[in-house]
Design a binder for this molecule. Structure first.
Ligand SMILES: [Fe+2]
Length: 209
């Protein structure tokens, strides 16, 4: 994962073919989103870190976790572009061709997939303008759904990121136009549940007893 790497960052390949998520996410959107938008966040993050050698050995996860301790002029660039790199790396990794079964751990917290998705959808639709709906783990090992603006990352708010649903227009506008709700409904079919399950397990803090 790029999240544990350090400067200079480079674009990871898409972990499946560009048309693998059809008919829910079209190949043209995937080309633009991965090859152009994701690449731009990477280029901008590298440019921002170029003049800060003392932060070039920090992983992306460290930079976002310690965001409020960075020099103010670097902070904004890391929030927007470091977040953009982290969030997109996870977004593309947490999608997979349709057909997977829901992660069992989700059902420890929600009655069924429908209840979980209705919370994600409410968060995603309620995010006015650009941003993400997130499934996260909080410090008490509970799953929570949040909406965060722009490229803000849950690490900067004390949460462990699990599943990011990108609701920037660039994620859906070519196919869905203004119908964000249709994109959200369809996105449920391309979640990489095996990876969600792994991330939930990794995010749980072991109890001290
Ligand atoms: Fe995006």
């Amino acid at each position: 994962m790029i999240t544990e790497l350090t400067y200079p960052f480079s674009l990871p390949p898409l972990p499946y073919s560009y048309d693998a998520l059809e008919p829910y996410i079209d190949a043209e959107t995937m080309h633009f989103h991965h090859d152009k938008h994701f690449q731009t966040y990477i280029d901008n993050l590298n440019t921002a870190l170029k003049d800060y050698p003392e932060y070039q050995s920090h992983t992306l996860t460290q930079l976002l976790t310690e965001l409020d301790r960075l020099p103010p002029e670097l902070q904004t660039a890391v929030r927007n572009n470091g977040g953009g790199v982290y969030n997109h790396d996870l977004y593309f990794d947490l999608m997979a061709p349709p057909g997977q079964k829901i992660a069992p751990s989700i059902l420890d917290f929600y009655d069924d997939g429908e209840e979980f998705w209705s919370e994600m959808k409410t968060a995603a639709l309620g995010q006015l303008g650009s941003g993400f709906a997130w499934l996260v783990t909080d410090q008490d090992n509970n799953l929570q759904v949040l909406a965060l603006p722009n490229q803000d990352n849950p690490l900067s708010y004390g949460y462990q990121p699990i599943l990011p649903l990108d609701v920037w227009e660039h994620a859906y506008y070519l196919k869905y136009k203004n119908l964000r709700g249709d994109y959200i409904n369809n996105w449920f079919h391309v979640i990489n549940w095996a990876e969600v399950e792994k991330k939930i397990a990794q995010s749980m803090i072991p109890s001290a007893s």
